[in-house]
Design a protein. Sequence first.
Length: 165
Amino acid sequence: MSVEGILETTQYLTFKLDDEVFALDISKVREVLDFTTVTKVPRTPEFMRGVINLRGSVVPVVDLRLKFGMTKTEKTVNTCIIIIEVKVDDETAILGALADSVQEVMDLEPDHIEPAPKIGTKLRTDFINGMGKQNDRFVIILNIDKVFSTEEIALVQETQTESAG
């Protein structure tokens, strides 16, 4: 059984948060950077780690581990920042997402993707496009456009504007 909307083989960038493997549609990924100094911005949500200077542009950096209820990302030799495009309403925001490590770019056939698990009505799973199967492990395929609420993206963009000014 495949997931609605995923009709063709898609390339995904896989990365680790803790012991879990997540995947992003490669079309959402601009680049992967080594971990660099992140400038903390006061009065931002905990998952907002700060901003980085990316070739003269201010890019907000978010900690997906914190967003998903895990412990804060600790800097290691493998820690990196994935520069992604997030579409909210009709706007595109550029974000840096911390990852414990980037794994690989992989192709996933539609028949290797299961629908996201239904975990009652209390837990939001709309940000999970599906569960990809690769060998004997599951890969959580994120819909990065739904990971953050419109309000959170507005807050991140506000931070970006204030830091640039």
